[in-house]
Structure formats: C-alpha cells, structure tokens
Design a protein around this ligand. Structure first.
Ligand code: 5CA
Length: 444
C-alpha cells in the first residue's frame, strides 16, 4: 500500500478525552473514529488489525471443532419473552419498534436465537454434541461506555454455543473452549489467565473469565502468580482427546475475579506468589445447563426415547476489545509495538526525499520485492519531512522499516530499523530487502 493512496488520519496531539493509552493510540494512529458515545467507525488501519484478530479467533474455534455461522444483529423480542430475559435485561438492551409496531431489539448476545435454531432441527441424542459460533456485532447500552473500544456500546464479539446430551458431555465442550481460548490469546501475544467468574445475566454456575493483566483494566483480580507464566497448551493439542488434565492444571491454582474472591482461600497461596492486580476481561465462558432449553423447549430424545432438555454453554470473546488489550500490553512512548501475528503491515518503506530519482527508484524496487515476498509493506511515498515519517511509522507500529534517502544511497546504503528494539542496521538495499523476505528477524 502506498501511503499517498491510503487513508491514515494520524493526530499529532493526544486527544484530551482519552484516558488510557490504548484509546489514545487508537485515535492518534487513525484507527477509529467515534460516532456517538461507545460507537465507532473502524478506519482502514483499525479495520485491518480487527480482521486479523478475528481471523485468529476463527482459526482456533475451527481447530477446536466449532462450526461457523452468522445470525442477525436485529432480533424479535418474542424470542426473549420465551426465556424471560426480555424484561430481565433492563436498560442495557436497545429496544426497537419496526413499522408494523413489532418489538425488536439489537442483540446483546444470542442464547435465545441459537436455542430457537437448534430446537427447530435437532431432536435426538444423535444430533449432539454441537458447537456453533458466529462473529457478529452486539449492542449493549452500557451505563458508562469508556476507554474507547474496551467498553463500547456497539462491539464485535465471537460467541460460541454448545449443545450436549448431559452435564458430563457438556463439560467436554466447555474444556474444548477453555483450551481453545488459551491458544487463541497466546497467538495474539497475550498472557490471559482463566479465573473463576460470576455468571451475571447469562446465568449458570460454572464460569471462567480470561483476564489480561493491565493496570488500566476494569476488573480487580486475584491469582497465583504461576498462572501468568504458564504457557498455552499449543496448537498440536488433540481436541478429540482428554482435555481435563490441561484444564485441571490451571484451575488447581487460585484465580478469581472480585465477585468470586475468597480471601481465606487466597491466603493459602504462599505469600510471594499472591498476585492481586487489575485486568481486562477478553473472554468469558459459561456452562448453564438447561436454563434456556427448558423454558424454550429445546428437547432431544435420549437413547431410551425420552425427551430431555439439551445442556448448553456459551463462550464469548471480545474481538474489538482485544485490539485495546493488545495495545495496552504492547506499546512504548512512541506508539504501538504489534505482536507479529496482528501487525497491520509487515514492513514499512520510508522515502526520505520523494521526488529524488535515486530515492524513488530504490523505494519502488523495495516496494515491489517486499510485496512479492508477501510482507504487505506500507510505502511512505508522501512529501512529509523525515521526522514526521519516522514518528508516523513508530506510532502505527510498522515492525520493520527500510529507510531510504539520497545521502545513504550515494554510499550504497539504506537503514533497516526494528521497531520492537529500536536497533538499526546500515545495509545495502539488497541486503535489507533480503533480510526481511527471508524472515531473518522473525521472532514470533
Ligand atoms: N453470551 C455470553 C458468552 S457468548 C456473553 O455475552 N458473555 S459476556 O457478556 O461475558 O461477553 C463476552 C465478551 O465480550 C466479554 O468477555 C468481553 O470481552 C466482551 N464484551 C462484553 N461487553 C463489552 C463491551 N461493552 N465492549 C467491548 N467488549 C465487551
């Protein structure tokens, strides 16, 4: 992409209404534009990263055996009257009336709708287990939308729903999602700790929140420090095998959100391993049994031909919130330092004197070769002064930057800068390009 053709409205000043660094950087780097409280447009740079996060979330759902579909954002109120949640959900639900005066709503979550779909087609124990998910916008009329995409009113969520014949089998579906989440967050460059959690308006009695530790997090959390360092199970995990030991290994150690915190239990953790901190909830999983299937009559016949309400769970990931969480975890005073997996561009090319024949030719050559090498480079071909180009490249977090100017070229040199470490290398243009296309710096 040539910057002159791109749309990257960067801001020089830090917007005064943004309180946390991820919100500030997302506004300054031209990633989002607020349209109303808690409602954002995703500008090209933000959109590009959002899609990369979404794709990683999708790949790990697919690997765990979940099946993607897509449900609408607008739902009929009658579905929610069946479960009893139409009244219970209160002011957080955005209620809409259509031209026929029918009550509709903008979905805050999809338990009712997926239950309606399941009960229409699945009637037998042979139809389960099933794991279905979609990645769709949600609306919650939050009392205090804040911190940009962290607590929005409109936000992108991945929500999976499980259907099983009994509690034992449901537990296995729960474990699949538990393990898939550990791998997902690890691929996104995050250390997310599963913690015992309250179930709130979703219901049920088994629930974990996945928390990324950050000073600016909204939740207060308590856990055994070893959990923060424990690696993810890895992408070669066998989802058809027994996942219980992987789950037990983590749930054996103390970890709880504020609502579930038990100071007496926490005191049993050795003092030097007690961690009380703040965190960002990036995922939340629930097992709630027959809470929806009973009132909504989603029944499957067991092996003896008796109709039983199906056992369900739901599993959410805050896809748009993750963008904020990743920036909170990966930035410095100059801007964002993306984990390789979600960087919007693989490299940058900075032309220090656009219009100079030698600089233009060297940049065009690098642009063609990096593009052909699959690096998806951003080429700054604008007439901005060098200082501004360096600042923008660091602000938006171009992981590798080839800096090309007439003076260096006279000596046959360009500069290759690594954003993460700040290190620079003086190299011939060919060497700089080869280092990147051969992945010499890739560090996962
Ligand atoms: N139906 C269940 C699971 S699918 C559910 O809705 N769970 S939830 O309420 O915990 O939301 C799932 C995830 O969405 C949360 O863990 C959080 O990461 C994200 N989320 C929730 N509310 C917001 C919000 N207002 N802004 C951004 N992300 C949010």
């Amino acid at each position: 992409m040539r910057l002159s053709r791109y749309f990257l409205p960067v801001l020089k000043e830090t917007p005064s209404d943004a309180q946390i660094v991820s919100h500030q950087l997302m506004l300054r780097a031209g990633m989002i534009r607020q349209q109303a409280a808690g409602i954002y447009s995703w500008l090209p740079l933000g959109h590009k990263v959002l899609k990369k996060i979404e794709q990683i979330v999708r790949e790990e759902q697919d690997r765990a055996g979940a099946v993607e579909m897509l449900m609408p954002t607008v739902q009929p109120a009658d579905l929610w009257r069946e479960s009893g949640r139409y009244d219970d959900y209160g002011d957080e639900m955005l209620r809409i009336t259509d031209r026929h005066k029918r009550d509709m709503l903008y979905g805050p979550t999809n338990e009712e709708m997926i239950t309606e779909i399941f009960r229409s087609y699945c009637k037998s124990y042979k139809d389960v287990p099933k794991l279905l998910y979609h990645i769709q916008w949600k609306f919650r009329d939050e009392r205090r939308p804040r911190f940009g995409v962290m607590r929005g009113r409109e936000f992108l969520m991945k929500d999976t729903y499980s259907f099983d014949i009994d509690e034992d089998s449901a537990r296995k579906s729960y474990n699949r999602m538990f393990v898939a989440y550990l791998n997902t967050f690890s691929r996104l460059g995050l250390k997310a700790v599963p913690m015992k959690a309250d179930t709130g308006p979703i219901g049920g009695d088994l629930s974990h929140e996945f928390i990324v530790l950050a000073e600016t997090g909204e939740s207060e959390v308590f856990c055994h420090a070893d959990l923060v360092e424990m690696g993810a199970p890895g992408l070669d995990v066998d989802f058809e095998g027994d996942l219980q030991p992987l789950v037990d290994q983590r749930t054996a150690l103390y970890a709880a959100t504020e609502e579930m915190h038990d100071p007496a239990e926490f005191a049993k953790v050795s003092a030097d391993r007690q961690l009380s901190a703040r965190g960002i909830e990036v995922g939340h999983i629930f097992y709630f049994g027959t809470k929806y299937s009973e009132p909504m009559k989603a029944l499957v016949q067991d092996r003896d031909g008796r109709p039983q309400p199906v056992h369900m769970g739901s599993y959410g990931v805050g896809v748009s919130r993750l963008l904020g969480a990743i920036i909170e975890a990966h930035h410095d005073e100059k801007g964002v330092i993306w984990p390789e997996s979600v960087a919007p561009f693989g490299a940058g090319i900075l032309n220090l004197r656009a219009g100079d024949d030698a600089a233009d030719a060297a940049c065009e050559d690098a642009y063609a070769k990096l593009s052909a090498g699959g690096l998806d480079p951003l080429y700054d071909d604008t007439s901005e002064r060098p200082g501004g180009k360096f600042a923008t490249a660091d602000l938006i977090g171009l992981p590798y930057q080839i800096i090309i100017g007439p003076r260096g070229l006279k000596e046959g040199k360009v500069e290759l800068k690594v954003r993460r470490t700040g290190e620079t290398h003086e190299l011939s243009p060919e060497d700089a390009i080869n280092r990147l296309t051969e992945g010499a710096f890739l560090n996962g």
